[in-house]
Write a protein that binds this ligand. Sequence first.
Ligand SMILES: [Zn+2]
Length: 311
Amino acid sequence: MIHLPLKDKTAPPNRLSVVGALRQIKKAVSKVDGEVYNHSYYPHNLVTDLLRAYSIHKRVLEDGDQPKCNYCESQGEKLVTLQVEHYRPKAKVEAIDNAGIEHPGYYWLGLEWTNLLLSCPKCNGKSAKGNRFPIRGVRANPLQPVATVDRVLSLDRSACYADDNPLLAEGAILLNPEIDHPENFLIFDNQASLSGYGEDPERGELSKDIYNLNRGPLRVDRIKIWIKFKKQIVETIAGHQLDRINEDALHFIFRKISQDVIDRKSPAEEFTLFGRYLNDNIGLFISEIDVYYQDRFLRAYQEVLAEQPAP
Ligand SMILES: [Zn+2]
């Protein structure tokens, strides 16, 4: 998970504000039921294409772009379909209050733009996030943001923004990539396994557990990034030791690999958070290879790093 630019909350896609959509919000509020939202609104192409573009830090989706899950950063499109996910569950929250009553969910936020993210089924499914949404404070009152004037429901959108009160005051525990900076809460080890970190490690730890960010296949896919680079480095060293690669070529190839390593920091790449960790700790990873070549590689890496255009 990496930080995503906050969506323009004052300009949601039209599809979320058309008459039919407002009618659905009204229905959801009157029935206290987030299940009433049908698929012609929030999973509409106008909404999903924008979310897919945002997932790789773009404003418009272009041919060849590979959107990714906002939570685990898998580029799902080839294998799984990325889904529109409600950060605050719309139809139920797995929590029971002191009176033993189950929370009906944030049914008034079913079509709220800032409540929508893009997720793969593995992060969003029942074995992961599902309807879980733990908070530290008090659940926001659903009646506040909704006002009925002349029997026409108008949703006070300013009271529905994920990054503003009253929702912000709930003290949500799950990291929201548009509000939080995940790198301040999560850290990898050299096996690409995540754990809670920083001033509030509990938020990172619980987010990792609830989004299931250390599931086996995901960890394997992340560590494979380094394994691939390491293989290229080791093969290059072997070529140099056998005199098949001269000094200049060694430096040239190390520079090429370094550029590929640095490119993994880009938000358009799969598993950017791990790519950034790999770059920030390149000395640690490179310590797995022959000492003599470590220095040679790091020199090439620093050289290429210094040549990168300013972000
Ligand atoms: Zn995911």
